[in-house]
Design a protein around this ligand. Sequence first.
Ligand code: TXD
Length: 326
Amino acid sequence: MISSPDSPIPRNSPRVTIVGAGRVGSTLAQRIAEKNLADVVLLDIVAGMPQGLALDLMEARGIELHNRLIVGTNDYADTSASTIVVITAGLPRKPGMSRDDLLKTNAKIVVEAAAKAIAHSPQAIFIVVTNPLDVMTYLAWQATGLPRNRVMGMAGVLDSARFETFIALELGVLPADVKAIVLGSHGDLMVPLPRYAHVNGVPVTELLDAPTIERLLERTRNGGAEIVQLMQTGGAFFAPASATSVMVESILLNQSRLLPVAAYLQGEYGLADIVIGVPCRLGCGGIESVLELTLSDEERSALQTSAQAVRQNIDRAQEVLAGVNS
Ligand code: TXD
């Protein structure tokens, strides 16, 4: 079968829709196609932009040696029957802006995107990327009405990768040999767990002293802001796209990878009716299980503080949305 960007995608290939063809969205489309994971539909409100990006990515296929289709569109009808929907639509941070400043604008965008996407892909698993991440994931879960295993947010994989990067740079070791996990909300109140970090099995606490670890943690907490400050226009997108692609891959290939994911909790970690970053096993059903780690009192209370901040912002977002609907 011969396919062009204008022809329907053959149904034997999984399809990933990315809502928001900005920097994260378009880079993610590239990663998914070049890792040969799925065909991609890039959707944006800006007319012509996703179509142009899709054509550009299609023209790289012969060079990059893959045959995945990338379609750009402004119409949700073209996203039908997607296996995964990733929502990156929204505004990114400007210098000095917190992720929560984005709350009002992005709440409306994400709710609309989730509702429209689920209407065309009722079987899809949703991954939210838009900030403020935990709140937007909660709103997408509500807007889709899906069971909790099928709606999740990407932040922990990125925050963990940042912590791993800083550890690798400090020690001068291969980044892939460093493993770390960051829980909690995506923001200043994230909860890194240095006692679980290791370099090929050697605990980081054996390799670095406490003040150094604290310095690296602080840099991790400010990881997003550091890049926004340097770039001045927009924020990080290469590592966020890589982090999202790992989640997409684990779901599409049913890899059951254990990854920190923003998940809707129903009592785990003593938290309920909240979305927050926790270790999850990701497979073809989405979140297949939530792993409850034994936390110290300090870690547990940091997670609770993180959850309280998310709760406040969920309430604020609900007020904003209620205002829109009244
Ligand atoms: O760890 C994480 N979760 C994050 C989150 C890491 C990096 C970026 N993070 C957040 O993702 C960031 O704060 C933003 O909220 C989103 C997207 O970031 P990106 O850098 O890709 O922003 P862009 O380049 O501005 O792209 C956003 C696109 C842009 O093309 C808009 O036209 C589009 O979203 N947009 C829409 N598309 C569809 N529908 C609607 N309503 C819409 N509104 C804007």
